[in-house]
Design a protein around this ligand. Sequence first.
Ligand SMILES: [Zn+2]
Length: 188
Amino acid sequence: MTTLVASSSTPHDDPSSSKHVRGDLINTWLKYIKKEWGQDGVNEARGLITQPDIHNKNFYSMSEYETLLGWVRNNHGEKHLRKGGRFVIKNFGLLSWIVRFASFRMIVEKMPTRIKEFYDFGKGELISKGDKTIIIHLYDICTTPDVCLVHQGLLEGALKATNTKGKVEHTDCIHKDGDYCEFVITME
Ligand SMILES: [Zn+2]
């Protein structure tokens, strides 16, 4: 299986910012915004991002991503963060191709590695509990509660894309005094 490699991990913006996200994550969110709210929505959300161009393989300040997600929540409600997460997993370049052929377990088991390709900080950990339960711990990744909801949506999207029946619960959170963000996936 081909893996996505961040060929250029040089931050292209505010050097004082220590957390960065890959451009294609931002660009895929802009696609979701276009699908839901048209070009007017894109123009409005895009106007809040300070970078004139977002290149898929470059890294940008996490604050740009947080601003974009904040725009979605403030203007259209937080349900769109999970819905957008489900869209992203199906429309994210190479990943969208992989999810069509892989099993849910294959996708989710790669998640801790994959996290490093999209964020230049934090880490992910996976705990398998028998055949039906998978627990994911994200350390430091969810910089805002919006990012938590996006990850919940990404996992829900991976279940759906692989025709796996199940649910994803966000059971522990760094924004609620947790040491990590915990997602419990229960498969039927
Ligand atoms: Zn959380």
